[in-house]
Design a protein around this ligand. Structure first.
Ligand code: ADE
Length: 225
């Protein structure tokens, strides 16, 4: 898989890809992540990427021209499955979206800034708009990092234990059950006895019941879906 991220702040985006699972995925060639600085696609001396809104109003709007140049160049080099725009008015990111995107070959992610991009960018180039939640960030970069992490960890071979992504919270619309490791008892708090039984079907049943109870208590909306 290849991910191309278009941003005015590449330095804000790089560090999540330089540690832990994402770093290993890149080193193992399971994913390529490329950063494109929008200012490199400007033609004026000031490297202008935004301007005032037509019709008045607070906040700058990102210009279509540098974005067009960057996306058009990328598209001339390979086919893209999706051109995603990170924006608070996009579809809220859910596990299902990450699952679908993890199966794609090439995607572009455009990070918005200021008030956002000229509407014609969205009309012309964008195939999917994603929000990471109902709050406004200063730019799309942190959202893009969240989206990339959610996608990349699902690519086969990225997580050591293949089943571990499948048992995450949300994979079957349930939260994950409680988990334990050593010691068996800590300050009077004991690990549930069933986990030492060696009866794996029974343990699996216990985990399913716990996942259901936890979901019912914390996120009943997931059960309604
Ligand atoms: N840009 C600003 N706020 C955002 C959000 N909530 N999700 C994605 N991109 C954003």
């Amino acid at each position: 898989m290849r991910i191309d991220i278009i941003t005015v702040l590449p330095e804000l985006l790089k560090s999540p890809f330089e540690a832990s699972i994402l770093k290993r995925a890149i080193e193992a060639d399971l994913v390529e992540v490329h950063f494109h600085n929008l200012r490199d696609y400007t033609t004026d001396n000031y490297k202008t990427i935004d301007d005032y809104q037509f019709g008045g109003g607070a906040g700058m709007v990102m210009l279509i021209e540098p974005i067009d140049k960057c996306i058009t160049k990328l598209k001339s080099e390979r086919q893209y499955d999706e051109v995603i725009y990170m924006t608070p008015d996009g579809e809220t990111l859910k596990q299902g979206i990450a699952n679908t995107l993890s199966l794609k070959e090439n995607i572009i992610i455009l990070c918005g800034h200021y008030k956002g991009v000229d509407q014609r960018v969205r009309d012309l180039f964008i195939t999917k708009e994603i929000s990471i939640g109902d709050y406004v960030l200063s730019g799309g970069e942190l959202g893009a990092a969240v989206l990339c992490d959610a996608i990349i960890r699902l690519i086969p071979g990225v997580l050591g234990n293949e089943t571990s992504a499948l048992t995450d919270s949300f994979q079957d619309d349930l939260l994950a059950p409680p988990i334990y490791t050593r010691p068996r008892e800590y300050k009077g708090l004991k690990v549930p006895e069933i986990l030492f039984s060696g009866n794996f079907p029974k343990i699996e049943k216990w985990r399913e019941d716990q996942a259901f109870e936890r979901t019912k208590e914390r996120r009943p909306d997931l059960l309604e879906e």
